[in-house]
Ligand binder design. Structure first.
Ligand SMILES: NC(=O)c1ccc[n+]([C@@H]2O[C@H](COP(=O)([O-])OP(=O)(O)OC[C@H]3O[C@@H](n4cnc5c(N)ncnc54)[C@H](O)[C@@H]3O)[C@@H](O)[C@H]2O)c1
Length: 269
């Protein structure tokens, strides 16, 4: 025992890239890592204005945060992420591959366009951004942390999300493959599998073209579902943020290639 509890979770001087950090789970992660002392680069597809709430939360606690607007599916722009982090903060120690899309689509209605867009954002971007970041970390010889946000759906499909489930299954295996190869450089790679979490994305899972009746049916269905969960509530972004802090901290130094399930007990039902 040669570390205090505080020092175990202290990220002062570290820099974290959080994709999809403008809102939802990514926002919670960015705020929590900043609170632990990390400099944060939020990378998101939306206009900066939509990230201001998150950024202001970080500024309020004296944290440092920068914003980069881009579509992570465009792998040609991945170098811009690395360059921005280095230009502003001088280094990269933590990557959180959080950005993801999820929309209901029955398997009978799959389209190539939907498949490609989902895979490109959820899986391909995580792979190529991880590649760029591990190459940087290897060159710097200081190790690092990669945390991928997968999903409980990668372990237990909930229905109407086949493309998403396949992409997140890919994220889980990507985690293991990277972990196996980069452990010798002091880089750990893990994923977090959230259950149902209250976010802007989750509230739009049925798409934009839904009737009031459908929305009400979904709300009633969710209320029923929550009652069946062992912990009897939906997850909040902060639940995932706290797990991310653990995986980004010294407290998880000997953990790599694993999935941390944060689901309120969903896998038990
Ligand atoms: N909410 C849940 O119930 C739940 C459950 C399991 C896993 N997840 C996963 O957690 C992650 C975050 O989900 P959320 O619920 O916060 O979603 P959300 O839609 O509320 O937020 C996602 C963020 O990612 C950004 N984003 C989307 N596409 C992007 C792109 N191409 N380039 C850059 N940024 C992009 C969005 O603008 C947004 O800020 C996703 O990977 C999702 O699959 C969510």
């Amino acid at each position: 025992m040669n570390a205090t509890i505080q020092s175990l979770f202290d990220l002062t001087g570290k820099t974290a890239i959080v994709t999809g950090g403008a809102m939802g789970i990514g926002s919670g992660i960015a705020i929590r890592l900043a609170e632990a002392g990390a400099n944060i680069l939020i990378v998101d597809i939306v206009e900066k204005g939509e990230a201001l709430e998150t950024m202001n939360e970080i500024f309020k606690t004296g944290g440092r945060v920068e914003y980069l607007q881009l579509d992570i599916a465009e792998t040609a722009s991945i170098d811009a992420i690395i360059e921005k982090a280095i230009m502003v903060f001088g280094d990269i120690h933590i990557l959180v591959n959080n950005a993801g899309i999820f929309k209901y689509l029955p398997v009978t209605h799959l389209t190539e366009e939907f498949w490609d867009r989902t895979m490109n954002i959820n899986l391909k971007a995580a792979a190529f951004l991880s590649k760029a970041v591990v190459n940087f970390m290897i060159a710097k010889q200081h190790g690092g942390r990669i945390i991928n946000v997968s999903s409980i759906d990668s372990l237990k499909p909930s229905g109407n999300l086949a493309t998403y489930d396949a992409s997140k299954g890919g994220v889980r295996m990507l985690t293991r493959s990277f972990a196996k190869e980069v452990g010798k450089y002091g880089i750990t790679v893990n994923d977090i599998a959230p259950g149902g979490v209250n976010t802007p994305g989750a509230s739009k899972i049925m798409g934009d073209q839904v009737s009031i009746e459908q929305l009400e049916a979904m709300k009633a269905g969710m209320e029923q579902f929550v009652k069946t969960l062992p912990l009897q509530r939906m997850g909040e972004p902060d639940d995932i943020a706290n797990a991310t802090l653990f995986l980004a901290s010294k407290a998880s130094a000997y953990i790599t290639g694993t999935t941390l399930v944060v689901d309120g007990g969903l896998l038990l039902i």
